[in-house]
Design a protein around this ligand. Structure first.
Ligand code: SF4
Ligand code: SF4
Length: 368
């Protein structure tokens, strides 16, 4: 039975939780004299209190223990979603640079091309260290995601792809299900050896960037990222089997998503009133309809002019050049927009609104 450990940070030191997870998965024996990659979520230059990126205290404890147990080389890094900041700057603002204690590396510096088993592409550029690491510790964040419903362990491995290439990959898929398939294809390039999820300060609502931070005070560990994501989804009040990412991963026998079949240590608490992105009936109908009427079911993001600082990050990150400046403000061109929501994900000021389907329908009718 796959094990998942859920621990409360109110009653346990972060250090002792990481020690327990390491002991459970025999990390000490597996990393001695080995190269270890620690992969946090470094989506952008957000301070820890925003709940966007991995809590640096977890990274600090992981690095300390890896050093204590004699890892030959420790590399901490991610390919941030943001192409506008220096990776070092992102690591600094998120607190990961200091927590890495000299082990932070810009993963985009050295890349290789790898073959991928996928119906969407046959090769892909990834960070070289991902292939070379003897042991990979995935440290995702407990968050929602406006497109895939959940972020988490599978989605965090999207970060093995350098810089702006991630946004371009959205153009290869034409529905949420297809994008989820692509994400699982990428996860399978290098399945992490261990997953330690930061659920201390999670995110609810329209994640992964502009949702609301939510205190959860947990750390969750498992050597199976799919089981871990199923536990996260359950805690969010979602049904794992209703989430495309988890459906696809389970169909490929990558992990168990029926939480009753997992050996869970700790309390699997369903968090009351946890806001998820696709809760509404109309949104669910829209998602079901997407594969059939994708063009009609797409939603065009709208810019909130009161919040917009005209930084143009949304323009630069848009993979289809749908987002352009018009009268000094960005505006998405409906015909070109593929509803990847990269613009929303990368707007540092929360100025991009993803309208509900009925609102978007009304926008269409008035020619917006
Ligand atoms: S919408 Fe956001 S990312 Fe785009 S220009 Fe305005 S502030 Fe910048
Ligand atoms: S406008 Fe936004 S949602 Fe539309 S394609 Fe560009 S980045 Fe994606």
């Amino acid at each position: 039975m796959v094990q998942v450990i859920i621990r409360d940070v109110l009653n346990n030191e972060i250090s002792s939780i990481i020690e327990e997870i390491f002991a459970r998965y025999a990390v000490k024996d597996r990393i001695k004299n080995k190269r270890v990659l620690v992969k946090p979520n470094l989506l952008g230059a957000f301070p820890p209190e925003r709940g966007v990126t991995t809590d640096p205290r977890i990274i600090l404890e992981i690095v300390k223990k890896l050093k204590k147990y004699g890892a030959k080389e420790i590399i901490v890094g991610d390919n941030s979603g943001s192409i506008h900041f220096n990776p070092l700057k992102i690591a600094e603002v998120t607190g990961i640079l200091e927590a890495s204690d000299g082990c932070f590396t810009n993963l985009a510096n050295e890349v290789i091309e790898v073959k991928v088993k996928s119906k969407y592409l046959d090769k892909l550029i990834i960070s070289q260290i991902v292939r070379e690491a003897d042991y990979l510790i995935n440290v995702p964040k407990f968050k929602t995601h406006s497109l895939t419903t959940i972020s988490g362990a599978i989605k965090n491995m999207f970060g093995i792809i350098p810089g702006g290439r991630k946004a371009q990959l959205h153009t290869l898929s034409h529905s949420v299900k297809e994008f989820a398939e692509l994400l699982v294809d990428i996860y399978q390039i290098r399945i992490p050896d261990l997953n330690i999820m930061d659920a201390i300060l999670g995110m609810e609502g329209i994640g992964p960037t502009n949702g609301k931070p939510r205190i959860i005070n947990k750390i969750i560990g498992s050597d199976n990222g799919i089981a871990l994501d199923a536990v996260m989804a359950t805690m969010m009040g979602l049904k794992p089997e209703a989430i495309e990412l988890l459906q696809i991963a389970a169909a490929r026998n990558l992990g168990e998503i029926d939480v009753s079949q997992l050996a869970i240590e700790g309390e699997l608490e369903i968090i009351s009133d946890y806001e998820t992105p696709n809760n509404g009936l109309l949104q669910r109908i829209r998602k079901l309809a997407v594969p059939y009427i994708f063009n009609f079911a797409k939603v065009k993001p709208v810019v909130d002019y009161r919040k917009c600082k005209r930084c143009q990050h949304c323009v630069e990150v848009c993979p289809t050049s749908a987002m352009k400046l018009k009268n000094g403000f960005p505006e998405a061109e409906r015909k070109k927009c593929v509803s990847c929501f990269c613009c929303e994900e990368h707007c540092p000021y929360g100025a991009i609104i993803l309208p509900s389907w009925p609102v978007d329908l009304a926008n269409r009718l008035i020619g917006k």
